[in-house]
Design a binder for this molecule. Structure first.
Ligand code: GCB
Length: 588
């Protein structure tokens, strides 16, 4: 008894055993076109700040001693209050608003086999930051990273009546990605969908279909990975292009290039094609678009033509739902950006947004910049931190690489220029290229403030240089922007990935008074005038479309929000600067 007592309560290393079993990008299965069975709904929930669920193995539900005596356990799954899944726990109960440690979720669900050789998987689209998953008392594994999906096979653990326990922990730590300090709100919990799906014994694990760059828009490449390393025939069908082709998979992998002349996808013509892939016992389908994005000298070429990317940044955040989002919210964000701001691009800052976003962007026709939260001072020399960052990047790319709207992968934002950072982020850029040779790689880079020019070793590893600048806001010297742009001679296109000033909606005053709409309006007027004159700037994603929660912003205008939005946190009230940017974009 003493031994068990020591190992479950006082054993300081109690997490180590759990950490040895982690879900990562290698376990992701493409789920587009697959039938899923939702586990969303009301789940039992309790905060567990001392992580007793792990220390005392609550998930085993050992409530009785071998002699039948009832044990005084510290949990009560069935009797806990309920919480929505998906949701950010912070917005479910007032006392959880700043809660950042562990919460334990519980639910039951029934399962009936459809066939004898079926396999089943459980998938989580997002749980912040680490989730430990237990099914019927068995530990499936944990996952790090707040914003990417993860999956476990549960074929052997499933019963007719199932008991699912998920312990989620949302601590900010210096070794995490993002680290402890950032400029948004640390939402916790299972805040995206949870579902199960079934496959046959063998199935299509993932696939990547894209137009090959530099082929006169005439070659579609396809890579497929099967669930095992068998040889088999894969049938590829794109009926509208007259494509019906059998491709041989050897040792579970197939690659082919198909001649085709698809109508090209663009924001003006978001053309998608029905695609299906099948092997014996498994068929998946999706809607895929074809376009080319590349750079040449200082130009960004979309389908061979130079473009100026008129964009705006957006956080996944709403006052009501936090980081949990839905189709209506995403469609409305895209409508406002496209129809009212005349933009054709969104920067999804600073972490992977919901899978739904890129799906809808494909249909609606808006270009996306997607990003991993390698933000500010990451623990660049920590190997585990690198592993975590690389895994989040891989999970994002595997999730979204069939989404035509995604044109840029960004590997980080405003990181101090050290040797460790250079190695870390160059490797991330390299990883992104290995997984996807068809998109541009970018990051928000640094300006050398004393020499007044863009100067960052990382630019060598990128296709597009992102620059964040707040001249006229954080630094009053607005003219520095002109000097920096004049002194810089980049050999690649530059996107102003951030520029902005705070204004509280409805706060009016003279144009030199901070926090007023008039200040922000004047700031935008001056910015666009200067940016417009610079020939190598090939796009901008000002900061930001909507005000968003930020837990380091507490003056009387901010009240817990970053107020650089062109629209208030009510997502309706436009500030005066909105018109300035909309007019600028409409005229370009
Ligand atoms: C930045 C950051 C962004 C902040 C913004 C600000 O440079 O990249 O995350 O929210 O500035 O408002 O200060």
């Amino acid at each position: 008894m003493a031994r068990i007592f020591a190992s479950t309560i006082h054993f300081a290393e109690f997490r180590t055993a759990y950490e040895s079993k982690k879900a990562d990008s290698s376990s992701l299965i493409s789920i587009e076109g697959r039938e899923t069975e939702s586990l969303d709904g009301r789940w039992s929930f309790s905060p567990d700040p001392y992580e007793s669920c792990l220390r005392k193995r609550w998930y085993e539900e050992k409530k009785y001693a071998p002699d039948g005596r009832e044990l005084p356990v510290d949990y009560d799954f069935e009797h806990w209050d309920e919480i929505d899944v998906p949701s950010c726990w912070n917005l479910q109960r007032p006392e959880l608003f700043y809660f950042e440690s562990m919460g334990v979720y519980f639910r039951t669900f029934d399962y009936r086999k459809h066939s004898d050789d079926e396999r089943a998987f459980i998938a989580f689209e997002g749980a912040s930051y680490r989730a430990y998953v237990f099914l019927n008392g068995v530990y499936l594994g944990c996952h790090d990273g707040a914003s990417t999906p993860f999956m476990f096979e549960i074929t052997d653990e499933l019963k007719e009546h199932n008991r699912l326990v998920v312990a989620v922990e949302a601590e900010r730590k210096d070794t995490r990605v993002p680290m402890s300090n950032n400029d948004w709100f640390n939402y916790g919990g299972i805040y995206r969908d949870v579902y199960i799906f079934r496959t046959g014994k063998r199935f299509i694990k993932n696939w990547f279909m894209r137009l090959l760059p530099n082929t006169d828009f005439s070659k579609i490449a396809l890579d497929v990975t099967l669930s095992d390393d068998s040889d088999s025939e894969i049938h590829v069908s794109i009926p509208e292009l007259g494509i019906e082709k059998d491709v041989k998979a050897e040792k579970g992998k197939a690659s082919t290039v198909i001649e085709a002349h698809p109508e090209l996808w663009s924001p003006d013509n978001p053309k998608l094609y029905d695609v299906s892939l099948s092997i014996e016992g498994d068929t998946i389908s999706d809607r895929v678009g074809f376009r080319e994005i590349r750079t040449e000298g200082r130009d960004i070429l979309l389908n061979g033509k130079p473009v100026f990317l008129k964009g705006v940044s957006v956080h996944e955040d709403s006052t009501r739902l936090g980081k949990t989002t839905d189709e209506t919210t995403i469609r409305e964000t895209i409508r406002v950006a496209k129809d009212e701001l005349h933009a054709q691009m969104l920067r999804l800052a600073h972490y992977p947004h919901s899978r739904l976003f890129a799906r809808i962007a494909d249909e609606e026709g808006i270009i996306l910049w997607e990003e991993v939260p390698v933000y500010w001072s990451i623990a660049f020399s920590d190997k585990e931190t690198y592993k975590d960052a690389e895994n989040q990047l891989s999970e994002l790319i595997l999730r979204d690489r069939n989404r035509v709207s995604v044109c840029i992968w960004s590997v980080g934002n405003e990181n101090p220029d050290t040797d460790e950072r250079f190695a870390f982020m160059s490797s991330l850029a390299q990883k992104a290229r290995e997984l996807d040779e068809t998109r541009c790689i970018s990051a928000a880079c640094l300006v050398n403030e004393s020499e007044e020019r863009i100067d960052d070793r990382l630019t060598d590893a990128l296709d597009i240089i992102g620059v964040n600048e707040y001249y006229g806001w954080y630094s009053p010297d607005f003219d520095m922007l002109r000097r920096v742009l004049e002194n810089s001679h980049p050999d690649k296109p530059v996107i102003i990935s951030e520029v902005g000033a705070d204004a509280r909606a409805g706060n009016h005053g003279p144009k030199d008074m901070l926090w007023t709409e008039e200040f922000q309006e004047e700031f935008y007027k001056k910015q666009v005038k200067t940016i417009e004159k610079c020939s190598y700037i090939k796009g901008m994603t000002p900061w930001i479309l909507y005000d968003f929660r930020a837990s380091r912003r507490f003056n009387r205008y901010q009240e817990g929000y970053n107020r650089k939005g062109l629209i208030d946190d009510d997502r309706k009230t436009k500030k005066k600067a909105f018109r300035i940017l909309a007019d600028f974009y409409e005229g370009r």
